[in-house]
Design a protein around this ligand. Sequence first.
Ligand SMILES: C[S@@+](CC[C@H](N)C(=O)[O-])C[C@H]1O[C@@H](n2cnc3c(N)ncnc32)[C@H](O)[C@@H]1O
Length: 256
Amino acid sequence: MIHDPNEDGLSPKPGQTGGAPTPAETASPDQPQHPRRIRSFVTRAGRVSTGQRRAMEELGPRFVIPYAPVAADWDALFGRTAPRVLEIGFGMGATTAEIAAQRSGDDFIGVEVHEPGVGALLKLMGEQNLANIRIVQHDAVEVLEQMIAPASLDGAHIFFPDPWHKARHHKRRLIQPKFVALLVSRLKPGAYLHCATDWQNYAEQMLDVLSAEPTLANTCENYAPRPDYRPVTKFERRGLRLGHGVWDLVFKRRAE
Ligand SMILES: C[S@@+](CC[C@H](N)C(=O)[O-])C[C@H]1O[C@@H](n2cnc3c(N)ncnc32)[C@H](O)[C@@H]1O
């Protein structure tokens, strides 16, 4: 992965092929899981900094939407009607905040299970005075199933999802046919799905799975050039300098 493991505690160093496993792999992936399904994450204890905690206390009530198994009224929660983009697994939220600042006319629903990440994004929102993000701290699969109405999103971002390197853990990868069918059902016709990964084997899986979903059309022949709105992170830049790849995929939901 391309992110500094010391910064977010989430990812190994760029291009660590066969190197240290990700925390996702070391955090007892074989432990008993939710009886209904295999999850794409394991719950990790993580230290919430004082600044993150303060942001959670001060801004959480306004910007964090408690999970509930009912369709949310997002227009009411954002206080306006605007194009709405879902981001799954925003990590520490730096990319989310940067995109939301650039695209102030759009609204962003960020879903993340890792508490320090929620605190970190709220802190960035406070520092940058961003009001076009709402956060749900919960499993994105259930958020999609319950809180997002069919054909209601204008876009979806999944940037550097946990690669689950080992073959026996590939079943935990988020980008699987069933999950993609659920996600696409929440996109409006013509809405986009943008995924990115720095793990070639996962990029290939993404291309296979997204191409096989009949309601999606690839906007490019295979991989897409990085869209301008997705910032290159410091760690991605370092990885690219070291010769590691990053693959973007941009698909659109077909018009009915
Ligand atoms: C490798 S990190 C990447 C974070 C961020 N997108 C980035 O580019 O830095 C993947 C993130 O996805 C989150 N995640 C994985 N499965 C999830 C799920 N089902 N629901 C919500 N968040 C999830 C993890 O907690 C983790 O923070």
